[in-house]
Write a protein that binds this ligand. Structure first.
Ligand code: SF4
Length: 342
């Protein structure tokens, strides 16, 4: 069960301000994350939702300074963790932050675990990177961590190799690795997508348990609004590299405003809905090379698009306190002209 602490009064641990991350394609740089700002408070769980290609993963890799060198870079903006500018750190300084202050888990644990080393070796390595700890103590701690993430027979699993474990167990190992140094912020990028439904629920429950026990904040990246409803306090909806809507989870689910969010909502199966066919969003997210330069980036897929949407670029504006929407239908200048959405 989510605990809605009073986040208002707390100072953020992570502040992202006007972040732009770009990739080079055919000699030109294109923003995959375009001018996004948000913050994360202690113990807060923020969901970042949107379809594949909306910039969610690029955003999380940018926070960790893990964009592929040479073809990806942070072009602009600030990322402050506990007041420290991460975008100004060198690789050695950033290595100290990764794992210890901010940790990350990915969708497919097999790509993050090294197949030629035992689980115990890989988890111990994460500990040795940040602590002066003996081999015996590291092994003891690894077994404790495996136990903590719900792996049965941890004394045996510690000496096994990744291919000997199921997908769900491998994801538990990745979570153990991520929490090994008790980070204050965990970035979980589609952590349950590759798993079957029952295991997905178990992994989400585990993340919630650890979040409460460790007083950790989580940025949960997912395309699944159902997961967000279950686990998050605050939600950021991304489309084509931009934040198009942002609100606390109750407001977003009770009163979604952006046409893209509305369509995402209609694509979640609901118990109280008789219709068997779920809505799908026509078309695809524009590629980086084909991104509209002016106007709203959602225009070609938006059922409420107006002519002006092709020429006027909407701004993310507060439609009510704490509820930001980036759509001309909700802009104050339009309200004055009597054109605001009812
Ligand atoms: Fe749709 Fe226009 Fe709003 Fe974009 S600005 S979401 S095209 S109504």
């Amino acid at each position: 069960m989510k605990n809605f602490t009073d986040f208002q009064s707390q100072l953020p641990i992570l502040e992202v301000d006007r972040l732009e991350a770009a990739f080079e394609i055919d000699g030109e740089w294109h923003n995959a994350v375009d001018n996004i700002s948000f913050h994360v408070k202690p113990k807060q769980v923020i969901g970042v939702v949107g379809e594949s290609g909306c910039g969610k993963s690029v955003m999380s890799l940018s926070l960790m300074q893990l964009l592929p060198k040479g073809i990806g870079k942070i072009r602009n903006g600030e990322i402050k963790f506990n007041g420290r500018h991460l975008e100004k750190l060198n690789e050695k300084e950033m290595n100290k932050v990764r794992g210890k202050d901010i940790a990350m888990i990915f969708q497919e644990p097999m790509t993050s675990l090294n197949p030629v080393f035992t689980i115990g070796f890989q988890l111990a390595e994460a500990l040795h990177n940040h602590f002066d700890i003996s081999k015996q103590d590291a092994r003891r701690k690894v077994i404790h961590l495996l136990d903590r993430v719900g792996i049965s027979r941890p004394e045996k699993v510690v000496d096994e190799y990744p291919h000997q474990l199921s997908g769900g167990m491998r994801q538990r190992v990745m979570i153990a690795m991520a929490i090994a140094c008790e980070p204050k912020l965990l970035i979980a990028d589609e952590p349950t997508t590759a798993l079957d439904v029952t295991v997905q629920a178990q992994i989400l429950e585990l993340l919630q348990e650890l979040q409460t026990a460790n007083d950790m904040s989580i940025i949960l990246i997912t395309h699944d609004l159902g997961v967000v409803a279950e686990t998050c306090h605050e939600v950021i909806v991304m489309y084509a590299g931009e934040i198009v809507e942002q609100a606390d989870v109750i407001t977003l689910f009770e009163c979604p405003k952006h046409p893209y969010t509305e369509l995402l909502m209609k694509s979640i199966p609901r118990m109280d809905q008789e219709e068997e066919v779920l809505a799908s969003i026509k078309g695809i997210v524009p590629s980086l090379k084909n991104m509209p330069r002016t106007g709203c980036k959602f225009v070609d897929r938006c059922p409420k698009a107006m002519e002006e949407c092709r020429t006027i670029t909407p701004q993310l504006e507060e439609s009510s306190p704490g509820h930001g929407v980036k759509c001309l239908l909700y802009e104050s200048s339009w309200e004055q002209e009597g054109m605001k959405a009812k």
